[in-house]
Design a protein around this ligand. Structure first.
Ligand SMILES: Nc1ncnc2c1ncn2[C@@H]1O[C@H](COP(=O)(O)OP(=O)(O)OP(=O)(O)O)[C@@H](O)[C@H]1O
Ligand SMILES: [Mg+2]
Length: 211
């Protein structure tokens, strides 16, 4: 069993790359569970709504971080850890690195505080690989708008932040990847979906994650 996390700005192609990997796992008859943060359990999805909705009261930065961590603790206990124990792969759309990037980088909460809360919420569980789809803020906005127009969805509370916020988030992701190269893979999200998938497969094989 392996725990693979996908990170990157909104619209960077996380869902698309996850879907491609899932097809490959199916082909190889490897059991997996697809999940996301914030969310992944009924309670965590309720917390997700409290975090991302634009109507209703908005949390302050510290409350926002704690809501993410509460949803994460439930997610780890109820879904991620049990699935891994049962031998399944878990593919997760965002995890601890997003809290470091959005609440640490974007909201400028002290990084050591975010790390401490991440450790508490996960009980120390770490991904076998964190895949960062690195994309410029400009391109991220373009893709989000394209997708929003296509399915009539409007931006959530975090997506609505200024470009300067998303730039800090991007730089934090890159910094985290540089600080922990052996557990991260940085992909240039401007590549085609097919190239990105081939790059991911190659690294999964080189690192003996998928053999
Ligand atoms: N490699 C790519 N090149 C060009 N466009 C892409 C690529 N991957 C995905 N897209 C397009 O960009 C948009 C966002 O892709 P996707 O939904 O996979 O991103 P995401 O990171 O999951 O976004 P979100 O965080 O909002 O869920 C979609 O319209 C998708 O078709
Ligand atoms: Mg997605």
């Amino acid at each position: 069993m392996k725990f693979i996390v996908f990170e990157g700005l909104d619209g960077s192609g996380k869902s698309s790359l996850m879907a491609a990997l899932e097809k490959e796992l199916q082909k190889r008859q490897i059991q997996f569970h697809h999940t996301r943060e914030p969310g992944g359990t009924r309670l965590s999805e309720e917390i997700r709504n409290m975090i991302l909705r634009k109507e209703g009261p908005a949390p302050t930065s510290r409350t926002e971080l704690l809501l993410y961590e509460a949803s994460r603790a439930q997610h780890v206990d109820e879904v991620i850890a049990p699935k891994l124990r049962a031998g399944q792969w878990v593919l997760c759309d965002r995890f601890t690195a997003s809290s470091v990037a959005f609440q640490g980088g974007g909201r400028e909460i002290k990084e050591s505080d975010v790390h401490a809360l991440n450790d508490f919420a996960t009980g120390g569980l770490k991904a076998d690989l964190t895949v960062l789809l690195d994309l410029s803020v400009e391109e991220s906005r373009r893709r989000r708008q394209g997708r929003g127009e296509a399915n009539g969805e409007s931006e959530d509370r975090i997506e609505s932040e200024a470009d300067s916020f998303h730039e800090k988030v991007r730089q934090s992701f890159l910094k985290q990847a540089r600080a922990d190269e052996k557990n991260w893979l940085v992909l240039d999200a401007k590549n085609t979906p097919d190239v990105l998938f081939q790059q991911l497969l190659q690294v999964l094989s080189e690192r003996k994650i998928l053999v």
